[in-house]
Design a protein around this ligand. Sequence first.
Ligand code: FES
Ligand code: FES
Length: 152
Amino acid sequence: MTTVSMTVNGKAVSGEVEPRTLLVQFIREQLRLTGTHVGCDTSQCGACVVHVNGNSVKSCTMLAVQADGADVTTIEGLADGDKLHPMQEAFRDNHGLQCGFCTPGMVMSAVDLLQKNPKPSEHEIREWLEGNICRCTGYHNIVKAVQQAAGV
Ligand code: FES
Ligand code: FES
């Protein structure tokens, strides 16, 4: 076992992990932050996306030890108390979710997109979200939500 320490949603955390423990396992099973989902075992679905040092990352593709010392944000870290993040509001306003399983990863990816490209075209939004799979919505309302959040 190895000790890992990182900042998660602004709070310093640490824990004992095996070298093979994935970041998503550490987040869900040790920190009990279960908003980050696991939707596949092939690194394709994007339900597990979190931000690591400001970049969206599939947390099932990274070991917890690789995030030692990192600044991590999960979906639980986006809202400000009872006030939803504008991207969360936009998903709600545009019916960008049905079952909601993909939503945390979608929102985290979309927030990262707007940090890097504040006024993306529809094509750029669709391209950016290619790594996130939604089985319910047909993506149309998700794209509208990201456009609303971007004000485009
Ligand atoms: S659980 Fe990470 S990509 Fe599917
Ligand atoms: S809302 Fe169900 S998978 Fe996307």
